[in-house]
Design a protein around this ligand. Structure first.
Ligand code: HMH
Length: 208
């Protein structure tokens, strides 16, 4: 039986549901999210994306040359995303030179630790991280302003196509790797799902 991203996903639908369906996102959809909850997410996500960009650079360094095109597209998109997140924070008069909350810190440390893993594990984790936001921001359906801009960033068709390419690249290397590395990839998927769930909860807890 072939070992693919979808195979991993189908084995862990419950934790994946918790990673991608959260009251934070539902309250963005209904317009009832509190400013402090949203702003907490925004600032922590900016800090997350800085470290995610570093992770993607390390994934590139581990990848076979045939995978460069997709990864470089991702890195170029992150250049834009970092500037955009900074601009959104400035519009809301938020300071970005603050400390990471423990959950954000934990996620960033985990992304760093992936550098020691085999490329198929890194490729699977990368896909899972992007797929989490692609699904999470899309599943609730159309959001009101100002949240629609955020939902569109990760839910738009170009981003969806990019995530599909990440899945194909991960599938390609998962097929031909050892069972031990396949198991590590599955563990990475579960870890990402748990961290995603915790990240939403971290922001949701910031009620004031
Ligand atoms: C927490 N997960 C988190 N933030 C993001 N921006 C993404 C995934 C997608 O890039």
């Amino acid at each position: 039986m072939s070992f693919t991203c979808n195979h991993i996903l189908q084995k862990h639908t419950e934790i994946w549901y918790e990673a991608t369906v959260h009251p934070f996102l539902e309250n963005c959809k209904s317009g009832t999210i509190k400013p402090n909850q949203f702003n907490t997410w925004l600032v922590q996500d900016y800090l997350f994306v800085i470290n995610f960009t570093r992770m993607l650079a390390r994934v590139l360094a581990s990848a076979p040359p045939q995978h460069f095109d997709v990864i470089l597209t991702g890195l170029a998109a992150l250049k834009d995303e970092l500037n955009w997140l900074k601009q959104k924070a400035t519009e809301r008069q938020l300071h970005l030179d603050i400390e990471k909350q423990p959950t954000c810190e934990q996620y960033c440390k985990y992304m760093h630790s992936l550098a020691d893993m085999a490329y198929p594990v890194q490729a699977t984790a990368l896909w899972a991280i992007e797929f989490a936001y692609n699904q999470g921001w899309q599943l609730p359906g159309a959001m009101p302003a100002p949240y629609n801009e955020f939902a569109d960033r990760w839910g738009n068709s170009d981003f969806t196509a990019y995530v599909k390419l990440l899945e194909q690249q991960a599938d390609q290397v998962l097929q031909t790797t050892s069972v031990s590395i396949q198991n590590q990839a599955e563990k990475a998927f579960i870890k990402v799902a748990k961290l995603e769930k915790d990240f939403w909860q971290m922001a949701f807890n910031a009620v004031k």
